[in-house]
Design a protein around this ligand. Structure first.
Ligand SMILES: [Zn+2]
Length: 633
């Protein structure tokens, strides 16, 4: 990857001095069960994508229904190019090259790349949204090539011409006579999220024209009464589900008008992603503050026990309603975009809480959406019920979620191991090999990690750095791990605290061994006469394959209380379809009168990601279990 440290945004780098550095793709090689899932997804999903098929709409330019066929290629590139850098797979590279060639050959002399006829371009529907993803796709290609590769310059030139077209049509005094935020859907969220690749383009070209256009977009995204209002509503503490009714003509009482509504999760977060990029380029801290405030609202009000969110893709105060049968839960696009947002905020702030959330989402909502064979993603992933394929969008054999899904794995991969000055940072724990140059020392460090985490709580990291070196190893201690032990070469260290990084500063010698034991106690979470269970970062579920009774049966009143540590025992899984399986003795059913009925039953649980993973109507799961009510309740 190219480094793009340009004088034009040196000031912003100073502002973000605490930020972690993400090593290049390939610095971390995932092994073990997580590595196997990644390999399967790359092989059966990313590599299996038919690039001719997803680029054909760009050739045809006949879309009059104002749909979103042009998002699929850019989303594919979002992960395809980084995964090519990771695998160096020649077949994947051939597909990528062919796609870029087709996209660039479809570019019109005016710079437009898309599938809308001229008379309806840059207006309603998803035209600007599609151009956003095309810009991203071209820049992912550019980023993955060596600077000397002539295709890199071609891709960047294509991106410049496309952005120049958008500026000519929708920039200040643009030919279309409207502001960009007024196009597309969701109160300007969808189109305005083009901010992110516009700032990327500025960072790669240092051309002030793109920074000026970004500034123009930010003004509309933050200062227009009826517009996205991404700054003031966030800072005033208006939670994400409640941002209608502030000048946009929508209410949040059941209407779902696509044009003016501000509660669409994916598009809103995509805008904040752009605002954080803009902060990095300019140092405008109020925009970062708004993104941080919004992220905190989402964690507090929307994120469920599986790290997922949104019903029908909208914010809905879902954290307090997650036990209820809401429609279309956890769209994979929302899950993936949430992971990208967390990845970015962690990188900018180094606050371990974002890694906590990213880990929770990855092991639960994300892996649950990924079909076990790696071939596709579910559109929606309910907490209780069955898994199912997404729909076909725009009369094409793909959909937004399948196109977006692989990018979520990158958020995990890119965050697992990072560097920070003279420190090597482990955010996540999975069998892997990791190496990178510490920028503060300009020395290379290398590690092997062996673990069955999060199936088990034990992690062993072996230092493979050839040279004896003084540096800091920063280990993220998850907030749920109340009692964590860290040992170096067998000697336990003091001061390990949950929800923070634990720094180990010493002179390291090759072969030094770090051992971590996390607190994997299972805990009960009680909410509104329902209970769910977590073990480490993993939410537990009942699954019909265990054939141990009605998975929706009530638990007896008073049987569990919030935060209670529970005795769950690991057990052999009945088949390889399960990653983790446990038994627990619980008071299931309302049988108080009969003394025999009062005796607990042994029931089975698995990790939520494995639950219902046959993707068949006969295989259901459940995370939230009702607790019986009495006549006085
Ligand atoms: Zn989707």
């Amino acid at each position: 990857m190219k480094t793009t440290t340009l004088a034009g945004f040196a000031a912003c780098l100073a502002a973000a001095a605490a930020a972690s550095t993400v090593p290049p793709y390939g610095a971390v090689r995932l092994r073990g069960p997580i590595g196997a899932r990644l390999d399967a997804m790359i092989e059966r999903h990313v590599k299996a994508t038919d690039v001719d098929y997803i680029t054909s709409p760009f050739m045809e330019k006949t879309e009059r229904r104002q749909w979103w066929q042009t998002e699929f290629w850019g989303k594919y590139m979002h992960s395809a190019m980084p995964f090519w850098t990771y695998t160096q797979d020649p077949a994947l590279r051939r597909s990528i090259d062919r796609g870029v060639e087709r996209i660039l050959s479809s570019q019109e002399p005016c710079g437009y790349i898309g599938n809308y006829p001229d008379d309806i371009r840059c207006g309603e529907g998803w035209d600007v949204w599609g151009m956003k993803f095309t810009l991203m796709g071209l820049m992912h290609y550019y980023d993955g090539l060596l600077p000397s590769d002539p295709n890199a310059a071609k891709a960047l030139d294509g991106a410049r011409r496309l952005c120049d077209y958008v500026i000519s049509q929708l920039g200040p005094n643009g030919e279309r006579g409207r502001h960009l935020w007024q196009t597309g859907n969701w109160c300007g969220f969808a189109s305005s999220s083009i901010l992110e690749p516009v700032v990327w383009l500025y960072k790669r070209t240092n051309d002030k024209r793109y920074l000026d256009f970004a500034t123009y977009l930010v003004k509309d995204m933050t200062e227009v009464e009826a517009g996205p209002r991404l700054l003031d509503l966030a800072i005033k503490g208006i939670s994400v589900a409640d941002r209608n009714g502030y000048g946009n003509g929508s209410s949040h009482s059941g209407h779902y008008p696509m044009k003016t509504n501000r509660w669409k999760a994916y598009e809103m977060m995509s805008c904040y992603q752009g605002l954080v990029e803009y902060y990095e380029a300019t140092g405008r801290k109020d925009l970062l503050d708004a993104a941080i405030a919004t992220c905190a609202q989402i964690i507090r009000d929307e994120i469920n026990i599986a790290g997922g969110s949104a019903s029908s893709e909208a914010w809905f105060h879902g954290a307090q309603k997650q036990h209820l049968p809401y429609t279309r839960l956890q769209e994979t696009c929302v899950t993936t975009t949430w992971m990208r947002f967390l990845e970015k905020l962690l990188q900018v702030t180094d606050d371990a809480k974002y890694a906590d959330e990213l880990e929770r989402t990855f092991y639960n909502a994300y892996l649950a959406a990924l079909k076990p064979d790696g071939s596709c993603f579910a559109g929606y992933t309910p907490l209780n019920g069955t898994r199912y394929y997404g729909q076909h969008h725009c009369y094409m054999h793909t959909d937004c979620c399948n196109a977006n899904g692989p990018r979520g794995f990158l958020a995990f991969l890119r965050t697992l191991f990072q560097t920070q000055g003279d420190a090597a940072v482990f955010n996540f724990y999975a069998s892997s090999q990791a190496s990178a140059t510490l920028p503060g020392l300009n020395e290379k460090v290398a590690f092997d990690m062996y673990t069955l985490y999060p199936k088990e709580g034990y992690v062993r990291i072996v230092n493979h750095t050839e040279k004896q070196l003084p540096f800091t190893l920063k280990l993220r201690i998850p907030s749920w791990s109340a009692n964590t032990t860290v040992k170096v070469n067998g000697k336990a260290l003091d001061g390990v605290k949950p929800g923070a990084y634990f720094p180990v500063a010493r002179t390291w010698t090759i072969g030094d061994i770090v051992e971590i034991s996390f607190d994997m106690t299972t805990r009960a979470h009680v909410m509104k006469h329902h209970v769910a269970f977590t073990r480490g970062p993993v939410a537990l579920a009942r699954d019909t394959r265990f054939a141990d009774g009605d998975i929706a049966e009530v638990l007896r009143k008073g049987a569990v209380r919030d935060g209670q540590a529970m005795a769950f025992q690991p057990t052999r899984a009945p088949s390889d379809d399960f990653w983790m399986a446990f038994t627990a003795s619980l008071p299931v059913g309302s049988h108080h009168e009969n003394p025999e009925g009062r005796i607990n039953e042994t029931i089975h649980f698995c990790d939520y990601a494995s639950a219902a993973n046959l993707w068949q109507p006969t295989n259901a799961c459940r995370i939230w279990f009702p607790i019986e009510l009495g006549p006085a309740d």
